[in-house]
Design a binder for this molecule. Structure first.
Ligand SMILES: Cc1cc2nc3c(=O)[nH]c(=O)nc-3n(C[C@H](O)[C@H](O)[C@H](O)COP(=O)(O)OP(=O)(O)OC[C@H]3O[C@@H](n4cnc5c(N)ncnc54)[C@H](O)[C@@H]3O)c2cc1C
Length: 416
């Protein structure tokens, strides 16, 4: 353990890479320790391989956790415009899609990772992969980091180990363990931005079918959150970005108290829809009942909904009674699927919960318990929705931690 680094960063993911590049960019010796064979494994999987690296609208309102306001300082200092500029400087041009989602112009997550890796190399970051830190020991004004046979010494340490989401992409509990060993409380954690399991009697026959609509998540009949967009029926329930957004409300609750209510024709009011169906009954009077909804919703969806609203019913559309038309309109507007749970960590995009933020200073990301120790990214109890918010948090908090650690070192240099 000869060399003493100014700053050691544990975790070569989004937050850790941003922190190491920032620290080295300010002329400090930076060590980046990553347990996997290569850094940024998860980054490559983000945005379906395209990396939705920020959102132009991201602000503190978009984050959850015990105290989301904790994220305010980092997001103000290194908000979406600063993120775009940071990557632009590293060679990545932005491409903005709908709802403010920003991707690299090349639409390749590898571009974001390469830009960070090359910047780290150029700036002299020493990167050690396959190096899993198992202990952080504050010792005589320094930190000793233990990693199997190896040990490292650093003046400042940034923990950027991420959370449990995506275990095959590096997700693990290590960060929580390292922080807990230093006295930091960690909240309960749960998989979030994850597909929802529902009773699948109705979804299984529609497996693979996509519909555009609105969804309301109800808890014992009361609406708790709602979204709109494209839904995908699966053999276990429902998937798609809007469903993943809703999954956050299930994290720390009893999933079976909830139902997912889909509005499959949001452009119609219930009364307009009933009128449209009555007109259709006249126009398509000779059509078999099971084909009555073809052209309004996908065929398989129409058949399932007709069975659900009317029971097993043959005959032709012209025979439908007014009551049956109303029942059908109700089912199309409020197709209710009882929730049975969510898929697990392997399918989750983010961890809800983490190290309690009240034990860190939001202006610097420094621990209030262990001076010189910082944390950034998903390991903290801050999470955002789908759309670039979680990476935005990782960059902002990682950069803030590095800037603050460097400033603290500079202050010390001046006073010596
Ligand atoms: C499939 C998928 C798609 C996603 N898509 C998007 C998206 O498009 N946009 C978006 O904003 N967010 C997306 N996210 C979420 C986003 O990727 C994460 O929130 C973000 O990567 C968190 O950054 P982080 O640096 O805190 O953690 P991570 O990126 O998880 O990095 C932590 C790193 O620390 C390493 N590590 C852990 N413990 C140790 C240890 N003891 N020693 C050494 N190294 C250690 C891990 O191996 C890992 O490489 C997605 C997530 C997933 C799983």
């Amino acid at each position: 353990m000869k060399k003493r680094y100014d700053i050691a960063v544990i975790g070569g993911g989004a937050a850790g890479l941003a922190a190491a590049v920032t620290a080295a960019g300010r002329g400090r010796s930076a060590l980046l320790l990553e347990k996997e064979k290569r850094v940024g494994k998860k980054l490559l999987a983000t945005g379906n391989g395209r990396c939705n690296y920020t959102n132009t609208a991201a602000s503190v309102r978009d984050y959850r956790g015990g105290d989301p306001a904790f994220a305010a300082a980092a997001l103000e200092r290194f908000g979406p415009a600063a993120t775009t500029a940071f990557f632009h400087d590293l060679g990545v041009l932005p491409y903005e899609e709908e709802e403010g989602r920003v991707y690299p112009l090349s639409r390749q997550a590898a571009a974001v990772l390469d830009a960070l890796r090359f910047a780290a190399d150029r700036r002299g970051v020493e990167t050690r992969t396959e190096t899993r830190v198992t202990a952080i020991v504050p010792e005589r004004g320094l930190f000793r980091l233990e990693a199997g046979e190896a040990a490292f010494a650093a003046k400042k340490v940034i923990i950027a180990c991420g959370g449990m989401a995506g275990p095959e992409l590096g997700g693990c509990r290590d960060g929580y363990g390292l922080l807990a060993a230093l006295g930091h409380p960690v909240t309960d954690i749960a998989p979030s931005l994850v597909k929802i399991r529902t009773e699948n009697r109705l979804t299984r026959p529609m497996k693979g079918v996509r519909v555009l609509g609105r969804a309301v998540l109800k808890k014992r009949g009361e609406a708790v959150s709602e979204t709109a967009g494209e839904f995908l029926f699966t053999d276990y329930g429902v998937s798609g970005i809007p469903v993943m957004q809703l999954s956050r409300s299930l994290c720390f609750d009893e999933p079976t108290a909830f139902a997912l209510e889909l509005d499959l024709l949001p452009a119609f009011s219930p009364a307009d829809l009933a009128d449209e169906l009555k007109k259709r009954r006249a126009d398509l009077a000779a059509a078999p009942t099971e084909d009555f909804l073809i052209g309004m919703v996908p065929k398989k969806v129409g058949q399932v909904l007709l069975r659900e609203a009317l029971g097993k019913r043959g005959g032709v559309a012209g025979d439908l009674t007014d009551d049956e038309i109303l029942a059908l309109a109700e089912t199309l507007k409020r197709f209710s699927l009882p929730v049975t749970g969510v898929l697990g960590w392997k399918e989750a995009q983010v961890t809800a919960g983490g190290a309690e933020t009240s034990f860190f200073d939001g202006a610097t990301m420094e621990s209030r318990l262990v001076p010189g120790l910082y944390a950034a990214g998903e390991v903290l109890d801050i999470d955002g929705g789908c759309g670039g918010y979680n990476l935005q948090w990782a960059w902002a908090s990682g950069r803030l931690a590095a800037e603050a650690a460097v400033s603290a070192l500079e202050k010390k240099d001046d006073s010596n």
